[in-house]
Ligand binder design. Structure first.
Ligand code: SF4
Length: 343
């Protein structure tokens, strides 16, 4: 099963409607929704469990989730966390977003997919995204529990069999093995998944083991091998090809578009972005940078107005001086006292 054509059409329409019709320069494309931050695993590189430790007990209600989805307005919603499937109302949350015809990517470690599949039927608006960092040995080591890979793979197989859309999500760390990842993606391709998403592990400050994360030069070397077109031509890679070029070091991006993927958590909108949490805000608008163009326009209007007033005064000056001279002659008492040399 491939990515639905409707997704590309809806995303394109969303961009035209906001960019051209509403003349908005910055607007969300994907809502990152975290209904809880708790998880039933404790992976070495997980930033969320550490960053949100004091609020791991909190859960967003379905109404709070829907309010965030509406506030963002993006046509795609990535439901993540924490582990969304342990939220007691996850079926209601997902069903309500699907009923709004938003494309839901439901991220999971794959352990409890069966519980949700019993309550939420397959839909073209719903895609599972199963976290797999390698084949059995590699993945179980990354998530620090034996047997997780086997359960997750079996749930992927069952989900595809029942007609769900399924993707995988792989995070690369220091020491990730390209050959092992190729073996994983070949197996998933054989099962009939929709595609593999891949990214480097985010360098969360809260994670104590700094050695886990790839430095930029090491990341480029690793991604060149992992995403080698000759090695991956028979696999389905899901990411945007421009992003894959960036990962291989073939393309640079100068501007960050954090506002395109705003993240709503149990503490509000994460500021400034998905990867960094300097603060949280109750309003999405606080995350979107002010439009410098507006300030520039106002500045230019101000300059033009000042120049116009000055020019008007300079044109009136000879006339006003002449009138002043006339008046002074007619009414000398209006003339200010002037002290002439020699008086
Ligand atoms: S499965 Fe995801 S949320 Fe859970 S501990 Fe691992 S990285 Fe964190």
């Amino acid at each position: 099963m491939g990515r639905p054509a409707e997704l590309a059409v809806r995303l394109g329409w969303h961009m035209v409607r906001n960019g051209l019709a509403k003349r908005r320069k910055r607007f969300p494309l994907v809502t990152m929704l975290e209904p809880l931050e708790a998880c039933n695993l404790a992976c070495d590189g997980c930033g969320r469990l550490r960053e949100y430790e004091p609020v791991l007990h909190r859960r967003l209600t379905p109404d709070e989730c829907m309010a965030a989805v509406e506030e963002s307005g993006a046509p795609i919603v990535s439901v993540t966390g924490g582990e969304p499937t342990i939220h007691p109302q996850i079926a209601e949350i997902v069903s309500r977003i699907v009923r709004r015809k938003k494309f839901v990517y439901l991220c999971t470690n794959g352990l409890l997919m069966g519980r949700v599949m019993e309550q939420v039927p397959p839909s073209r608006y719903l895609c599972w995204v199963v976290h797999l960092d390698g084949t059995a040995e590699t993945h179980d080591r990354a998530v620090r529990r034996q047997g997780v890979y086997a359960i997750a793979r079996e749930n992927v197989r069952k989900a595809i069999e029942r007609g769900y859309r399924v993707c995988s999500n792989t995070t690369l760390f220091h020491g990730s093995d390209p050959a092992d990842l190729h073996a994983l993606w070949r197996d998933l391709t054989h099962l009939g998944f929709e595609g593999a998403m891949v990214s480097p592990a985010y360098d969360y400050e809260a994670v104590p083991d700094r050695q886990l994360f790839l430095r930029r030069s090491e990341a480029i070397d690793t991604f060149k091998k992992v995403l080698d077109p000759a090695q991956t031509e028979d696999m389905r890679l899901y990411n945007n090809p421009l992003y894959l070029e960036f990962l291989r070091g073939e393309r640079q991006f100068e501007k960050c578009m954090a506002w395109a993927t705003p993240t709503y958590t149990v503490m509000g909108w994460r500021n400034p972005c998905y990867a960094l949490a300097d603060s949280h805000s109750p309003r999405l608008v606080d995350l979107i940078p002010k439009r410098h163009e507006t300030f520039l326009l106002l500045f230019l209007i101000g300059l033009t107005a000042i120049a116009g007033v000055e020019s008007l005064f300079s044109q009136l000056k000879p006339w006003s001086e002449a009138v002043g001279a006339e008046l002074r002659e007619m009414m000398p008492f209006l003339d200010p006292i002037t002290v002439k040399p020699g008086d």
